[in-house]
Design a binder for this molecule. Structure first.
Ligand code: BES
Ligand code: MN
Ligand code: MN
Length: 463
């Protein structure tokens, strides 16, 4: 593996240029207006896999956006690594808050990234991180250093719930058979503090609609005499958390796995600066569930957050009106062993039950996913840990993340394999936000580290 560093030095400009080309295609899966672009991105990824050395690549049609598949079989007797990633991206909105257009990638230096970072939607989540695996494969194939078999499965609906991937898994268990699943779609603690993500939260996502009178009303003539759906919705949402920021939905915590004091003490050893955290977000204080610290609130505890709320008049100036309807989109992040379908039901029943008689409430479930936690005493984790040691000179810290990749628990169920989450992003990458970026250093460090995973995983499996 001595060659990897010099290979990267020789080819890094091309690695960056290729990623920039991929980032120019606006593969927004949530918005049908971009469907052509999403399909073009799938083809670009397929072609990249072919060029990198896959001996078979394919665009697999699904009821939704296609899944890009690629493989290189070295020897059927050897272990197989299945790489998962996604080529779709979040909508870029609000576009006017971007300092440069979201699909015209630019490289800029930042305080954290003196080597430069690529600013574009999808730079970190997940095109940049996914493409590290394509370039790591290129290196291994070109230098005859691919020690085992590899399969790629890159989907185009991760940001909208991965519905077609579930469909695809059920129908392709054989094709996707593997010894470990490798994903770079998470983050690490800091550039000098590598970490491996050992947990993801589940998700239940719902939309609510509150209807009051059958039409918008004059707020003077009717104000005070009828239920105002926006006022009511606000009250209902506010009541979902008590003064300790505990969620008030009956049964919500029933299945939550409580961590022992020892496990929590272990978690607290990970480096974390509350001051730096507050400063990075420009907030005077943090806020959350009583009895838990920040790193617990955003990983081992379930949450409920409004993601969007609308209704009534929001245009220029003032209009005196009581709207007929108010809406909100609400997400609940879940932890082991909460069941997202059960939580969605509990939410629906509770939300309907707290509505006053003067309004009608409709709860529309969107999508969801199960949480995931992996132990660290498995071959994949050990191989990943050694890989980071080789390139960072440090043992990575296991870390449970607050984000969700719902498909990971499905992988375990359908394919019976463990997933290793080797993320190289940083919290400051602004994923899902304006000005998303990915450090060039992180990008190249990922490409450097991944081949070591293959090496150590194969060694462990064949020894
Ligand atoms: N890559 C993220 C998830 C993530 C990011 C996990 C950072 C851990 C650290 C993924 O693309 C994502 O955004 N997932 C969604 C869920 C999905 C169902 C829309 C999420 O977490 O909101
Ligand atoms: Mn992602
Ligand atoms: Mn995402």
């Amino acid at each position: 593996m001595e060659n990897i560093k010099s290979y990267i030095t020789t080819h890094q400009q091309r690695f960056i240029d290729e990623l920039i080309e991929l980032l120019k295609i606006p593969s927004v899966s949530a918005d049908p207006a971009f469907s052509e672009d999403v399909l073009n991105t799938a083809e670009a990824v397929r072609s990249a896999l072919e060029k990198a050395g896959c001996d078979h690549t394919e665009i697999c049609e699904t009821p939704g956006y296609p899944i890009v598949y690629g493989e290189k079989v070295v020897d059927p007797e050897l272990p197989t690594v299945l790489v998962y990633g996604h080529y779709d991206v979040q909508p870029p909105d609000p576009v006017d808050l971007w300092h440069s257009p979201p699909f015209e990638p630019v490289i800029k230096e930042t305080e954290l990234h003196p080597e430069g970072a690529i600013f574009a939607r999808g730079a970190s989540d997940d095109k940049g991180q996914m493409y590290m695996h394509v370039k790591a494969l290129e290196y291994m194939v070109a230098n005859d250093e691919l020690p085992c078999n590899v399969k790629f499965m890159i989907e185009g609906e991760e940001e909208v719930g991965s519905e077609s991937l579930g469909w695809f898994l059920e129908r392709n268990r054989e094709k996707l058979a593997n010894d470990v699943i490798l994903i770079s779609d998470t983050g690490m603690i800091a550039k000098d503090t590598p970490s491996i993500t050992t947990g993801l939260r589940g998700l239940s996502y719902v939309e609510v609609e509150v209807t009051g009178p059958n039409r918008d009303l004059h707020s003077g003539l009717y104000g005070g005499a009828v239920a105002n759906p926006i006022n009511i919705l606000s009250k209902m949402i506010a009541s979902l958390q008590d003064e300790n920021n505990h969620i008030t939905i009956p049964g919500f915590y029933d299945k939550v796995q409580e961590l022992s004091r020892e496990e929590r003490d272990e978690m607290a050893k990970a480096p974390f600066s509350l001051d730096a955290y507050k400063k990075a977000l420009d907030i005077a204080d943090v806020y959350g569930e009583a009895g838990y610290v920040t790193n617990e609130r955003n990983s081992i505890r379930p949450t409920l957050d409004v993601n969007g709320i609308w209704g009534g008049y929001t245009g220029e100036g003032a209009k005196t009106v009581i709207a007929s309807k108010a809406y909100a989109k609400i997400s609940m992040r879940l932890v082991p062993h909460q069941d997202w379908e059960e939580i969605t039901d509990l939410f629906q029943k509770h939300f309907e039950s707290i509505a006053p008689a003067g309004v009608k409430v409709v709860v529309k479930p969107h999508h969801g996913g199960y949480p995931y936690v992996t132990p660290i005493d498995n071959d994949g984790y050990q191989a990943a840990s050694k890989a980071y040691e080789a390139t960072f000179g440090k043992t990575p810290i296991p870390q449970r993340s607050g984000g969700s990749i719902p498909i990971v628990s499905l992988f375990e169920k359908e394919l019976k394999s463990k997933t290793i989450l080797m993320g190289f992003g940083l919290d400051s990458d602004a994923i899902h936000s304006p000005n998303e970026h990915y450090g060039i250093w992180n990008y190249l460090k990922g490409i450097e580290t991944i081949p070591y995973f293959y090496k150590y995983f194969t060694e462990i499996k064949t020894s």
